[in-house]
Design a protein around this ligand. Sequence first.
Ligand code: BES
Ligand code: ZN
Ligand code: ZN
Length: 477
Amino acid sequence: MKRVQLAAVEADESDDNLVLLVEKGKTDLLHGVLQPAEFDFLQQIAGREINTCFFPRPTGTVFIRILKADKDPMAALEAARLAGTELLRELRNYKIESVQIRSFTETPRVLAFAEGLALASYQFLKYYTQPEKKEKALRWIRIAQPGATLEEVQELDQLVEAVFLARNLVNEPHSHFTALDLAAAAQQAGAEYGFEVEVLGKEKLESLKMGGLLAINKASTVPPQFCILEWKPAEAHNKKPVVLVGKGVVYDTGGLSLKPTDGMDYMKCDMAGAATVIGLFAAAARNQLPVHLIGLIPATDNKIGENALSPGDVIRMYSGKSVEVINTDAEGRIILADALHYAKKYKPELVIDFATLTGAAVRAVGTQAICYMGTAAEKTKKQLEKSGWETYERLIEMPLWKEYGDELKSNIADLKNVGSGNAGMITAGKFLEHFTDYPWLHLDIAGPAYLRAANAYRTKDGTGVGVRLMYRFLKQY
Ligand code: BES
Ligand code: ZN
Ligand code: ZN
């Protein structure tokens, strides 16, 4: 199964299917490009609420897409992505595998259109016996836009590949994807894209006394893995690394605090943070992003069994702090805490963690936003929020006021792992904060990481959320 590919080309009269992108009110630009009868028809419909039409020609179909103007540049970009998504539906109806986009609008909008089209074309078919029967293949998006450089289009192509990689990892069912498989996938991505990967196995983690990760792994039949990724370009803009941490719970049963049946299938997505980190590293290495990055992925499943961690247990974290585990389903924060402590050894400039951490985040904002919080500078937060609007992977900040932390006081250990129940995503953040001593941001992606139904170019199931956001953010870093 080959993914769609994007390439920059010179406009030519080849027999490819054409997509002509034009702004509302500017269809005159197509004079001379269309045949006279086609142009007349277009002029007739141009004033109406119709935004797409197409003309079959002997050499292929010509699709015309009229984009509405929008004063807000971020909304205009998103509208172009959605227009690309809509076009995919038409292309699939006609089983079209290849298009050449010729645009009569600005370069960013054309690239966004192509991005929406490409991202929407993702399919995960590997477990069908006859995947080719299910495939609706769009293979080529050729972009003929003098303003778009070869490099720009290639960069977009690689970014799409990285998002697909992240989606693939999330969509893998747990039966085929244990912590060992996650570590192997990180190593394979490292070899393929060109970044370093080191994996610490159970014995090493025991000698390090990484007690949080080991405790969550107690009932598992598969040993925990701790992956360390590094992308170190020759000319990095940063002296001290940026560390990205991803929650790698390959399956979350809740442990002895067992989850209810409804929605349990959802919990194969609990390594989406790890997938984001791996996808981001793939994009960074392929596109030679000039930022020194370290990635940390604590990986395990969260299972039940005779050795399982029990509610009420006290564990010793990697940092040395003791934690009273009130609820074994609040496992993400425990393994992340060990990774956040590990991050200290890099003296990082900034640490960002990605985690499907709380149902509270889903209830608060649904699938449309990432809830984030942290101690990084205001400037960094604003920059990240801006990248959120640019990629439409939007963020909303939550307060980390110290009063929320009071809920984590335990009368038997340094901390307990859950608060009172209210503001659950904030108390989770407060828990993590205890294990940081550097500028830090926590991104709770539980809402947008996994979708029950496709939402435009965010396809069903794993979305790869965070890859485009972080790539954009780090590119401007
Ligand atoms: N993996 C879940 C969070 C989650 C919920 C992710 C829904 C994706 C969709 C996490 O480990 C969890 O179970 N959190 C608990 C914490 C609670 C016990 C304090 C939750 O949010 O219910
Ligand atoms: Zn859980
Ligand atoms: Zn979890």
